[in-house]
Design a protein around this ligand. Sequence first.
Ligand SMILES: Cc1ncc(COP(=O)(O)O)c(C=O)c1O
Length: 406
Amino acid sequence: MEKRFPVVADRAEGCHVWDTDGNRYIDYTSCSGAAPLGVGHPAVLDAAIAALRTGGIVPATLSQARIETAEQLLPLFPFADRARFFRTGSCATTAAARICRVQTGRRLLLTSGFHGWHDWHLQSAFGGLPDRDPETIDFGYDLQRLADLLADRWNDVAAVFVTPEVNFFPHAYHVELAQVVRGHGCLLVLDEVMTGFRYRLGGYAVAAGLQPDLITLSKGLANGMALSAVIGRAEVFEGAEPAYLGYTYQREVTPFAAATASLRAFRTEDPIGRMHDAGRALISGLNDLFTRMSVPAIAFSWPSMFRVLFRDNGIGESFYAGLLRRGVLMEYGGVHMISAATSTEDIALTLAAAEDSLIEVLRTARPTLGGTDLTDADAHMLAVRAFGATSETAAKWWPGYTPQGE
Ligand SMILES: Cc1ncc(COP(=O)(O)O)c(C=O)c1O
């Protein structure tokens, strides 16, 4: 089956997706994280349909649904008193970059991690395209490199942009990063497009006690509808008033109607707690399996967005291909984003499929490298490959397999 598009999807509901041949899969991508409540959450669907019935768009940039979204969103992030809305995660990170540049009158952006597909952050670890913005530098999550850059270029740096890598770095890493950034006259932006509605209610910054200047949000904000936001303190936005950040479809009300219903569900239904329960069951089930079968592999660590690491890539690839044939949609090498719609039956089916798949793989391939345990070196390789950490950083900060902040 084509690796890039393994499933031609026909429809989805909750955590299930059906392909055009009628096969059902259990989805562990939450549609790339977009629908953490599960696809078609009834209250979100009702709110979106009601908004569409009244036309779905208004000839004004301010709508009641937009105001209500801001009013429900901001109390979840106590450091923030302003929100600007956009459509995609990339729009939000690009808007945050512009806000920081206009506010500080500086151009240089120091970044780590993925921030979307726009030109300014096409960093070398993610393709190294020749037209990448020369005014961004990837510091590879390396705090020493960051400190050196800030010391050398302090007069140029508008902002430091970081995506929290919650499965790898402890809270203490992000706290130290924030300390390194302070005092240089630049802004700190936490890219929480992935973590904002998945790590904890209030995202990573609140859980880790961080006070960034701006946070970018998207996945989950409107549970499946395209909506994103930049949130932060009023003075950061006020300093960037001259920046043009308008767009035609800010007049659409449907994503805002979906957002108000989603935010209500996040407050009242504890979906993140349910994602964590499901994730914990999967992580421990997979790790039991790997131990029983003596396969050097591990599932770790933050339950609602965990990773699986195989020492032998070939075995990992075959295991995931076998999962797909057995109706489990998980991306090899990716972050497994569970939705709150995942039931205990889905988890039992997944673990049974995992056992079958591994038995099948081991019939033809034995782990090529010795030992049943993964070493720190295996984890370090993942950090370098998956999110562009320097190897020094990976060696310094890898906390073992203990999730932080549970
Ligand atoms: C941390 C982070 N920032 C930004 C983006 C870009 O969001 P989008 O794909 O909606 O443009 C993503 C998408 O995966 C992301 O994970």
